[in-house]
Design a protein around this ligand. Structure first.
Ligand code: HEM
Length: 394
């Protein structure tokens, strides 16, 4: 999670320097409630069979008690900066690692809250207005804590589920890949064999002519196409298996489109057009990954058209708007039947006679890794539109 997320949630609850100051002022009162707070936290965990199971041994319990004290102190003392936020993000991740069911975080916080409220009230005894301000600051920071812990928990949990899905599909992948590799490798083998035959000097007196340049070219083209197919399969597999984190850099969207289209082989009879609006728009993206997304979507459209003979154009549009980058790839091909549309992003799901079913799964992975969304709409017989939104910080 990034700085923009932190700024956004802080702005939402209205947490700033004034709230930080109120919390810092309750440091002494906080010390007085820390012992009962940690004891109650621990006792409650012990009483619940599911929560108890999470704790591995005494040493971990001792660490957890220490961590909780430090957490409460730094919640009040701040500074509520990027480092503070990153430490909170780590708590959510740690909870996923130890297998803590998510519900225990809000539940535990509900027990901690009254003791912290007591500290806030005591730190401003006799001054009702001050007490109110301090309580408000406390509730805001606790709700920020909760939001960060839950959000980071959820994101990591989601990433883990995806990773497990990935591993689960590995077995099926092996079968698909060997099947898919057989085709291009078979073509390469046959062409090499025929070339060898044709290059042999014709036997003396034979009526067979030597291979013409045209024939040689034909086989070389087939070899080149076959090896490109095999290489693409290998790199798709790698992309999918790695699920690489994007490296965000400022880049020109028009250049990303150019790179994407250079990765796609042309198909006769189908016009591919691309437009960037405004032409000089830039965004924070992993340009190689986003180019891959565009290339896969265009290739997907070209294959649908090529296989059915329906359709003649593919349009790529990329637009910068206040929310981020909106990318659409539309075609006038055969469209997608409603029964397939739900599943087209699943790994290995394909309706094509050839194809790995990885292209769109990679698209979804990359879009989600950028914090974005993808949707598809289609009218069977009249084409399909894929829309990708890649959010950008303000
Ligand atoms: C308000 C709720 C909670 C807060 C603020 C909190 C805070 C923390 C913190 C600060 C850490 C250390 C993170 C790190 O290593 O960077 C941690 C780890 C951990 N938490 Fe929580 N926690 C909460 C709820 C719970 C609950 C209900 C359990 C139930 C068993 C739990 C179990 C653990 C465990 C097992 C660890 C790992 C300890 C270790 O191995 O060092 N937490 N938590």
């Amino acid at each position: 999670m990034d700085r923009a997320f932190f700024d956004q949630i802080r702005a939402y609850v209205g947490f700033g320097a004034a709230e930080s100051a109120e919390l810092a002022a309750m440091a002494q009162a906080l010390e007085r409630v820390l012992d009962p707070l940690v004891e109650d936290f621990y006792d409650t965990i012990q009483r619940d069979p599911d929560a108890r199971q999470v704790l591995a041994d005494e040493a971990q319990l001792a660490r957890l008690k220490r961590s909780l004290r430090e957490w409460a102190r730094s919640m009040c003392s701040g500074p509520h900066d990027q480092r503070w936020f990153e430490l909170r993000t780590r708590i959510g991740h740690r909870h996923v690692e130890v297998g803590l069911p998510q519900r225990f975080v809000p539940l535990a916080l509900a027990r901690i809250r009254p003791l912290l409220m007591r500290a806030a009230l005591e730190s401003a005894a006799g001054d009702t207005e001050l007490q109110l301000r301090r309580l408000a600051a406390l509730h805001k920071v606790l709700d920020l804590e909760l939001t960060i812990m839950l959000e980071s928990y959820q994101r990591m949990h989601h990433a883990r589920v995806r990773q497990a899905e990935r591993l689960g599909t590995l077995g099926q992948l092996a079968a698909t890949v060997s099947h898919e590799l057989k085709n291009p490798l078979g073509v390469i083998n046959t062409s090499v064999h025929l070339l060898r035959e044709q290059l042999k000097a014709p036997a003396a007196g034979s009526a067979e002519p030597a291979a013409t340049e045209g024939e040689v070219r034909l086989h070389l083209d087939r070899i080149a196409r076959g090896s490109r197919q095999a290489a693409r399969l290998a790199s798709q597999l790698l992309d999918f298996a790695r699920g690489k984190r994007p490296e965000l850099r400022s880049c020109a969207l028009a250049a990303v489109l150019d790179e994407a289209l250079s990765m796609v082989e042309e198909r006769g009879g189908v016009a591919v057009s691309a437009r960037c609006d405004p032409a000089e728009a830039t965004a924070q993206l992993d340009s190689a990954q986003v180019a891959q997304v565009v290339a896969n979507l265009v290739r997907n459209a070209l294959e649908a058209i090529g296989e059915t003979g329906v359709g003649s154009r593919v349009e790529v549009r990329v637009r910068r708007d206040p929310l981020g980058v909106v990318l659409t790839v539309s075609d006038d091909g055969p469209g997608i039947a409603p029964e397939h549309i739900e599943r087209i992003f699943d790994p290995l799901y394909t309706t094509r006679s050839t194809g790995t079913g990885l292209g769109l799964a990679i698209v979804r992975d990359v879009v989600e890794a950028h914090g974005g969304r993808i949707s598809v709409s289609s009218t069977p017989g009249a084409g399909a539109v894929f829309t990708v939104l890649l959010p950008q910080g303000a």
